[in-house]
Design a protein around this ligand. Structure first.
Ligand code: MD3
Ligand code: FE
Length: 206
């Protein structure tokens, strides 16, 4: 369903088997070196969600190839490039536009108390849609407007296995995660908390 121009939500896109495989992969990606870490925001705050990036290391306003611990950032797995192409095709009914390839993934982990404030994703040079996959506990996702972090916005629930693609005018919409719904993860996943995997095209030279 198109939630806003260019924003397409496909509930239950990943079946339980795929979700389990992806959670297992996420556990590996979260491991040091270049593992999951806390991000300090430019305003002097600390994000409550923990983050690890693949392909490019990410800090607000900056991409690099070296993680905070000094190790090289983990590579962007080619399987995630294939997954990105399938996501775009299913969301928009056609193959991805020519342009920069999907070359980075950002994995966020939320415990029961974590949240993410309203923000725009403006660090990528490319306008390619951002692809979001949710795993584990459900959350309230707040989808706003392109002007400011305040109203009007729409609150939606994102659940394990959901695909959400943000292209076109929605690519620069403010968005955030006001809260996690603890204990809502599908039992077989064996996951406490929520993982969100976003796939992106940075538009940077490798
Ligand atoms: C709309 N992540 O990693 S996913 C982020 O659930 C981020 O962890 C949230 O915001 C999370 O930057 C929200 C949905 C999402 C992701 C990227 C977007 C929505 C977006 C980029 C542009 C517009
Ligand atoms: Fe974001």
């Amino acid at each position: 369903t198109e939630v806003a121009p260019g924003a397409v939500l496909i509930p239950d896109w990943l079946d339980e088997q795929r979700q389990r495989e992806l959670v297992a992969a996420c556990r590996e990606w979260a491991r040091p070196p270049a593992g999951m870490r806390t991000v300090r925001t430019p305003g002097g705050g600390v994000m409550s969600a923990k983050v690890v990036a693949l392909g490019w290391h990410w800090r607000p306003y900056h991409f690099s190839k070296t993680a905070d611990d000094g190790s090289p950032v983990k590579r962007f797995p080619p399987e995630l490039g294939d997954l990105a192409d399938r996501a775009i095709t299913d969301a928009f009914g056609r193959a991805p536009d020519d342009g920069p390839q999907y070359d980075m993934a950002l994995l966020n982990f939320y415990d029961a108390k974590a949240h993410m404030g309203m923000h725009q994703d403006k660090d990528e040079l490319s306008k390619a849609p951002v692809i979001s996959l949710s795993l584990g506990d459900a959350c309230v996702f707040r989808f706003g407007n392109t002007e400011s972090r305040s109203r009007p916005y729409t609150d939606l629930e994102l659940r394990s296995g959901d695909l959400f693609v943000f292209g076109g005018p929605s690519r620069l919409a403010f968005h955030g995660v006001p809260r996690i719904l603890p204990g809502t993860a599908p039992r077989p996943l064996g996951l406490t908390g929520r993982l969100n995997l976003t796939l992106r095209a940075t538009g940077l030279d490798p």
